[in-house]
Ligand binder design. Structure first.
Ligand SMILES: [Zn+2]
Length: 159
């Protein structure tokens, strides 16, 4: 695939290990644009959009922040979240201004014990770039897990 210099630079940054442990691409050898396209069609099959996923993650992070690392139930008995701040910041690999605090949010589906972990940068990259990170990346957000952990309760509530 022919890449512009800017795309090449982006891919280098995405594969860099300096930003986060394992970088953003993990063991994924695909071009970042293919990762975005592939996840976009996965989301479509699940009846979700990147915008909806990012909004849900932000809502849960904001709910958890005032608890300062303690769990709070977002859906009583079903879904709980907690948020923790770490020193330092993460920078979006796309060329624009802005650093994101190293805040990590953990959501747990209490009935099945499954957890989803994300950073504020994940929310931004999903919302703005449709990027869920490459396979094997430490903060890869798997669309199927998002649907199961963050949207299961909402689906039932709608029925
Ligand atoms: Zn960005």
């Amino acid at each position: 695939m022919k890449q512009s210099p800017q795309e090449k630079k982006l891919e280098e940054i995405l594969r860099s290990t300096k930003l986060v442990a394992g970088g953003f691409m993990g063991t994924d050898t695909r071009h970042p644009a293919e990762v975005v396209d592939d996840d976009c069609s996965r989301l479509e099959k699940l009846g979700l959009t990147a915008a909806r996923v990012a909004a849900r993650m932000r809502e849960l992070t904001e709910l958890a922040i005032p608890r300062l690392g303690g769990w709070i139930e977002a859906e009583p008995g079903k879904l709980r979240v907690k948020s923790e701040d770490f020193k330092g910041s993460l920078v979006c690999p796309w060329p624009h201004q802005g650093a994101y605090g190293k805040r990590i949010t953990i959501a747990e589906r209490m009935d099945i014990g499954k957890q989803l972990v994300w950073t504020d940068l994940n929310i931004h990259m999903i919302e703005t770039h449709g990027f869920f990170e490459g396979k094997g990346a430490f903060f890869r957000v798997e669309p199927a897990e998002v649907a199961q952990i963050l949207f299961e309760g909402l689906k039932t509530a709608q029925m």
